[in-house]
Design a protein around this ligand. Structure first.
Ligand SMILES: [Zn+2]
Length: 172
């Protein structure tokens, strides 16, 4: 998201170089509007060699398959966020296994950089049903994943899961 006005005093923000980074600075009160990557958490829900994916009902990547997960709330631990998002999107209660990796990406509709934590997980309860932002759920064999998968970070984490090494992972 590209911001135009100061959130404190509503004067114009201008780009300035501070600490060697381009930063938005208020022309009125001098407030420096530091920007950060948005934290997200997702879960690779596994049952043997099968992986649960959700079909996206909204842009970006509408109609593509995706690893369930989403944006963290302020102050929310990523483990709690992953469990919450999976319950919202799939109706399933999960238990996280381990942190598989951290991947940088961009939320393409807003241009916001994202910082994505992916856990492996198993289902411990609930009933599978697609949430409001999903069009369906499906278990896929890890050797026969669909071609249309949303987000570069998802491609990278799936490569890591299947091959033991990510292709271009942790690079931006
Ligand atoms: Zn200001």
């Amino acid at each position: 998201m590209r911001y135009s006005f100061c959130p404190k005093c509503a004067n114009q923000l201008t780009l300035q170089i501070i600490d060697q980074y381009e930063r938005l600075v208020c022309s009125g009160c001098g407030f420096v509007f530091y920007q950060n990557s948005k934290p997200c958490a997702g879960a690779l829900i596994l049952d043997g060699r099968k992986l649960l994916l959700v079909k996206r009902a909204e842009e970006p990547f509408k109609g593509y398959w995706d690893i369930p997960g989403g944006f963290l709330e302020a102050g929310e631990h990523p483990e709690a966020g992953a469990v919450r998002e999976i319950l919202e999107e799939t109706g399933l209660h999960i238990q996280l296994d381990r942190l598989l990796g951290i991947f940088m990406d961009v939320y393409t509709t807003t241009g916001d950089p994202t910082l994505n934590l992916f856990y492996t997980a198993t289902v411990i309860g609930g009933e599978a049903r697609a949430g409001s932002d999903a069009n369906g759920l499906q278990w896929f064999d890890l050797d026969a994943l669909p071609e249309q998968i949303a987000f570069r970070s998802a491609h990278e984490v799936l490569a890591l899961l299947r091959n033991g090494h990510p292709k271009n992972a942790n690079t931006f």
